[in-house]
Design a protein around this ligand. Structure first.
Ligand SMILES: C[S@@+](CC[C@H](N)C(=O)[O-])C[C@H]1O[C@@H](n2cnc3c(N)ncnc32)[C@H](O)[C@@H]1O
Length: 262
């Protein structure tokens, strides 16, 4: 059953589409409202395979977490967590390393409402409400510092979030985390682009035009440049489904992905 505005959690603005809830629509979730569904329809009318791109992005999250664990990393900071769905970072990581630690960060209050309901207090997982564009507040948060040992490698995930930031904001956030993590740490990024759909991309991004924040499409070169100060790992910045796929095959061309080592 779809959410009814009457039953919105207190403090949630049901009159403005939110990126977390629009993404929830694409993933077939129930934690969205009429304005989010209308916004999502603008995207799917112009790009019918956008929901598939969202699912492919979740699959990339799983591969990136597995790659980090295989690299010996057991601590994760997930910026722009989104609404809880299947295959969340702690599930993917703790399936491989039961005591893997995960900090979830999102600035949308609805994410916090649902994440706190679904994630009982734990020694291995914390959820904080913070703005990724203010990285010092995240890195200085006592709950983050208590959970994450910054003397050991950390995997920092910035999946489908940086396109909600201006160039300088994105650069500043990445630089702050780069400076906070030790060599051997990883940065995983996925990022929206209209490069794969010059004819319809402009219409698709209009879905976020009235949302709390708008989408900034970036080119492959611009996404690659975000990894400044890191060693970009093979295969570089590629379409999300092409980043070390479990099975070869054609995928969508709405998002780029890359993973780099500090
Ligand atoms: C498209 S969802 C991506 C969710 C998840 N990372 C994934 O890739 O499946 C983007 C999320 O980033 C969050 N977000 C956007 N801008 C943010 C910011 N400045 N600080 C923290 N979270 C932000 C949104 O609230 C939303 O939950």
């Amino acid at each position: 059953m779809e959410r009814n505005e009457e039953y919105a959690p207190p403090g949630i603005d049901v009159g403005t589409p939110s990126p977390a809830r629009i993404y929830d629509v694409f993933l077939g979730g129930k934690d969205n409202f009429a304005v989010d569904r209308e916004a999502a329809k603008v995207a799917t009318d112009a790009g019918p395979d956008v929901p598939r791109a969202a699912r492919e992005n979740r699959a990339f999250l799983g591969r990136a977490v597995r790659f980090a664990v295989e690299s010996g990393i057991t601590q994760f900071i997930d910026l722009g967590t989104g609404l809880p769905t299947q295959g969340n970072v702690h599930e993917a990581a703790q399936a491989l390393v039961p005591d893997a630690r995960v900090v979830y960060v999102d600035n949308d209050p609805i994410v916090l409402v649902h994440a706190r309901a679904l994630l009982p207090p734990s020694d291995t997982t914390v959820v904080i409400q913070a703005d990724a564009r203010k990285p010092a507040e995240i890195l200085g948060n006592p709950r983050v510092r208590a959970l994450i040992d910054f003397d050991r490698p950390v995997a920092v995930l910035m999946l489908a979030i940086l396109h909600f930031a201006e160039d300088e904001e994105a650069r500043n956030t990445i630089a702050a985390f780069r400076d906070a993590i030790v060599p051997g740490s990883l940065l995983a990024v996925s990022h929206s682009t209209v490069e794969g759909h010059p004819e319809s991309g402009g219409e698709v991004v209009k879905a976020w035009r009235n949302a709390t924040v708008q989408i900034h499409s970036r080119t492959r070169d611009e996404v690659t440049a975000l990894f400044e100060g890191f060693d970009l790992l093979e295969p570089g910045v590629v379409w999300v489904p092409e980043w070390r796929p479990d099975q070869p095959g054609e995928g969508t061309r709405w998002m780029y992905a890359g993973v780099a080592r500090r």
